[in-house]
Ligand binder design. Structure first.
Ligand SMILES: C[S@@+](CC[C@H](N)C(=O)[O-])C[C@H]1O[C@@H](n2cnc3c(N)ncnc32)[C@H](O)[C@@H]1O
Length: 263
């Protein structure tokens, strides 16, 4: 679909084909809304914030400036996590923590794809968590997910051990953020920026996560461009994890890593 078609189908709540078969029309009010949508787009606002939704893993997610817009490459993390659970944890009750949940896209997709899972979805941003809760209701996944406002692991109970922690943390470094396209400036900085080198969250999470993962459980990260070597170094130094798998994205960039907790 072209961007104009996307805006029109969202505005008129119709299918693309309806735009051409005469089944829908624009009254004055809708014309006005459409022109304001086109102006917002011209100013660089991401189309998903303008239409108010996006698709992720075939599910419908509400999106707005409370949280990052789910990206297609994050679907790789979800698909690989589902595969891991089906292969290694089949038939068991699984506890998953989705750290830095944002719009809730990872937690909700996992909840929809898997039977015996109990998921904790946490984020430091109360606004992102509000949106994640709304998305859980939209997708009828609220029964399997608990939400928690927390600065990384701060508010998590020390007695709770998860089988798997999944996390797509902020991972842009200062110069990547400065040189990024205008669209990115509409998304929350707190969802993007990860210090001068972009690895702040990986170091902190690798340091704290071992206390919250069962032995032979997994820490599964989405990672940024060219970050694998640095993250592996941090993980190796911790002596708590082995890097078991690296999955590339559609552009052949290392994108998802599995760290297995070994002690
Ligand atoms: C890259 S976004 C990921 C959002 C979502 N999981 C996704 O895949 O689209 C990172 C998220 O981390 C959250 N965040 C940033 N700092 C945090 C912290 N110290 N503790 C917990 N969450 C944090 C942000 O609010 C944001 O929602």
């Amino acid at each position: 679909m072209t961007e104009k078609e996307l805006l029109l189908t969202a505005l008129l709540n119709c299918k693309r084909s309806d735009l051409y078969t005469g089944g829908v029309s624009l009254d004055d009010k809708k014309e006005e809304i459409l022109s304001s949508m086109l102006i917002r787009r011209k100013q660089g606002e991401p189309i998903q914030y303008i239409t108010g939704f996006t698709e992720f893993m075939g599910l419908h997610f509400k999106v707005d400036n409370r949280a990052l817009i789910p990206r297609p490459e994050t679907e790789i993390l979800v698909e690989q996590t589902v595969q891991l659970i089906e292969n290694h944890f089949s038939g068991k009750d699984i506890g998953i923590l989705d750290l830095c949940t944002g719009s809730g896209n990872i937690a909700i997709s996992l909840a929809k794809s898997l039977e015996n899972v109990k998921i904790t979805a946490s984020d430091i941003s109360d606004r992102a968590l509000e949106l994640a809760k709304e998305n859980a209701v939209i997708n009828n996944a609220q029964g399997k997910i608990g939400f928690l406002e927390s600065n990384l692991f701060d508010k998590l109970s020390r007695d709770r051990l998860f089988d798997i922690i999944v996390c797509n943390p902020p991972y842009l470094k200062s110069d990547e953020l400065e040189q990024s396209p205008i669209e990115l400036s509409f998304e929350p900085r707190i969802a993007l920026y990860a210090g001068k080198k972009g690895i702040l969250f990986y170091s902190e999470i690798i340091k704290q996560a071992p206390r919250f993962i069962k032995k032979d459980g997994y820490l599964i990260f989405e990672i940024g461009f060219n970050q694998l070597r640095q993250i592996k170094k941090i993980s190796d130094a911790s002596k708590k994890f082995v890097l078991e798998k690296v999955i590339k994205d559609y552009n052949n960039i290392d994108r998802v890593i599995f760290l297995r907790k070994v002690n």
